[in-house]
Write a protein that binds this ligand. Sequence first.
Ligand SMILES: NC(=O)c1ccc[n+]([C@@H]2O[C@H](COP(=O)([O-])OP(=O)(O)OC[C@H]3O[C@@H](n4cnc5c(N)ncnc54)[C@H](O)[C@@H]3O)[C@@H](O)[C@H]2O)c1
Length: 271
Amino acid sequence: MTDTDTALATGVSAGSLSGRVALVTGAAAGIGAGIATALAGQGAIVAALDRDGDRAAATAEACGSSALSLTVDVSREEDVARAVGQVVSEAGRIDILINAAGVLGETASLMEVPASEWNRIFAINALGAFLCLKEAAAHMIDGARGGSIVNVASIAAKEGRMDFAPYAASKAAVLSLTWSSALRLAPHQIRVNALCPAAVDTEFWQRLENIKQEQGSEPGATRAARAAAIPLGRFAYPREVAAAALYLCSDDAAFVTGTSIDLTGAAHTGS
Ligand SMILES: NC(=O)c1ccc[n+]([C@@H]2O[C@H](COP(=O)([O-])OP(=O)(O)OC[C@H]3O[C@@H](n4cnc5c(N)ncnc54)[C@H](O)[C@@H]3O)[C@@H](O)[C@H]2O)c1
């Protein structure tokens, strides 16, 4: 996509994030990688964070010579503090945080979810988002230049999921964190918003397809059924989620905080 295409697609003028430093978690793949490259396309200096350091480095390479990558498990407080400190010392500031790291977890009906699985999902999706937000916001406050934080939640946060209850609940926690932190950080001109996608074409869905196949589904059947339940008739692409993130990070969204954008293709299912 050229700069002009991006500008037409997003309403954001090319280079409008020039000089801003963006920290993106989950940047090794899928939505996080899509947002990282889109931010770099608008001139931002990207720090690509992921527990998969090799693939985070590949994203950073795609983001240009000013980008950096760090191996981070977002559920570990010491990892997050070290990584955020390193970004500030190397890039000098943080203006944008994208919390995209997340896991779906194993499929299990509600009554069979072990406490260990609940805690694992919450540690990555909810605690991880909180730790990154807390560390990055502290630097944004110190810098006194405001900032934008985008939490990648899920439409599951608003609907529930019969077979992925810990995931849906963890994303509801991310949404609530979005509202609370928007209130707390507004006096510092730090805006906090969430994205709530339904089905996005990433490896995340391939893993779900694999789980369902192990349980006896026909190859491709889960994905086909999900796409058929989306009135727009298809999954979203990571670049379409990235376009919404770019808007939320742009100055055009200067009065947008404490809210969420649903990217569902009008799909609403609780399954
Ligand atoms: N794909 C979808 O349909 C969809 C829909 C709604 C919401 N989401 C959310 O979007 C976000 C990105 O999902 P995706 O589809 O790109 O998935 P993905 O699996 O392609 O990417 C997720 C990334 O997060 C990283 N990650 C996982 N645990 C981590 C940890 N503890 N520390 C650091 N990094 C970690 C993974 O290594 C991976 O690179 C997730 O939070 C997911 O819940 C995805």
